[in-house]
Design a protein around this ligand. Structure first.
Ligand code: KG4
Ligand code: ZN
Length: 335
């Protein structure tokens, strides 16, 4: 089955073609990051308009790369949520319009299921069951995954997502959006011993997270340095390092607990923050120690992309699922 996947939930237009016999055949991405950078965050209306501009040319590019004509598609999958409603509607309406014209099934899929199963696109995909740590700009979740659609939420953030915390810390440090990679780069030259930030919610049992307190902690540290006239480049790097250490350490502690609680030996780490090198190093050490193994999507499939949507769509369309004719889905909040 040849499935076109469309991702437009936020600020990346992603399109890919997944063939259930041949695997991932083509994928293309247009990032709007530069456009939103001037505003310090994603401007929803600008995002929708840009998806409208980019989507059809990207679809054509993917079909050309795959050497396929439209009528050779067997199905279309799109991100139906969660995300920005206007942005979602661009992908949903395009997918439904194309599917109607071609007389093929179409399916709206959950964006986080895409992130969850993105490592399945790698050469050595994890076998079921596994524990997944989903860490993106909108979500921080630990999930027990038994099979396609068989998910149990073990814990999640009660306030900010880990990526959101990175973005907010970046803003306070005067870094560009999206902040995660910038904070990580600045932290490289930081002294890990100068400041110690708290590891929220690790002093009690449970698998939930909270990252909003770290934000306040970061702001206080910056203000104190500023008041003392000590906010130089080294101090900013030291704050970035303390912040990153705190987030990474918290994530690692909770992953360890989730592996203990489930007795599982495979850990999938996905979503934008899974690109963080220090997080990967720490998790690698942790899984090695206990004879477990960590799995990640390749770099460009850590953040939003069409490939993960095409993959999930293909699995679910193959299982016989599809949207009702003419009923497109755009669900901004989808548990
Ligand atoms: O999964 P994603 O592309 O979009 C959402 O669905 O949210 O994740 C984007 C998030 C942003 O908050 C960004 O700052 C964060 O992932 N991120 C990182 C790194 N690369 C991206 N955070 C920490 N370290 C990184 N290297
Ligand atoms: Zn995402």
């Amino acid at each position: 089955m040849r499935v076109l996947g469309i991702e437009t939930s936020c600020d990346e237009t992603g399109v890919a073609l997944f063939d259930s016999d041949r695997g991932l055949v083509a994928d293309a991405l247009y990032s709007q990051v530069a456009m939103h950078a001037d505003y310090g965050g994603v401007v929803p209306e600008l995002a929708s308009r840009d998806h409208t501009r980019r989507l059809l040319p990207l679809i054509q590019q993917v079909l050309d790369e795959a050497g396929l004509a439209r009528h050779q598609l067997d199905g279309i999958a799109y991100t139906a949520g969660p995300g920005l409603v206007g942005a979602l509607m661009v992908g949903a309406s395009t997918a439904h319009g194309m599917a109607r014209a071609l007389g093929i099934p179409v399916l709206g899929v959950h964006h986080m299921e895409g992130h969850l199963l993105a490592p399945m696109l790698e050469d050595e995909p994890p076998a079921f069951p596994f524990v997944a740590l989903l860490v993106s700009g909108g979500h921080t979740q630990l999930v027990e995954v038994r099979g396609l659609g068989r998910y149990r939420l073990l814990g999640e953030s009660v306030d900010d997502a880990a990526g959101e915390a990175f973005d907010k810390a970046a803003k306070m440090l005067g870094l560009d959006y999206p902040g995660g990679p910038h904070v990580a780069r600045l932290a490289e030259t930081g002294d890990p011993k100068r400041f110690r930030f708290p590891r929220p919610m690790t002093d009690r049992p449970g698998l939930d997270f909270s990252f909003s307190g770290l934000k306040t902690h970061t702001l206080t540290a910056i203000r104190e340095l500023e008041a003392a006239g000590n906010l130089d480049d080294q101090a900013r790097a030291d704050v970035a390092r303390a912040f990153e250490e705190a987030v990474v350490d918290t994530l690692v502690i909770k992953c360890r607990r989730a592996l203990d609680a489930t007795g599982l030996k495979r850990l999938v780490v996905a979503g934008g923050v899974s690109a963080n090198v220090r997080l990967r190093e720490r998790l690698e050490r942790e899984t090695d120690k206990r004879g477990a193994r960590a799995y990640y999507p390749r770099g460009r499939f850590c953040t939003d992309n069409g490939a993960m949507i095409a993959y999930v769509g293909a699995q679910r369309l193959l299982a016989g699922e599809h949207d009702e004719t003419g009923i497109m889905k755009a669900v901004p909040r989808w548990p």
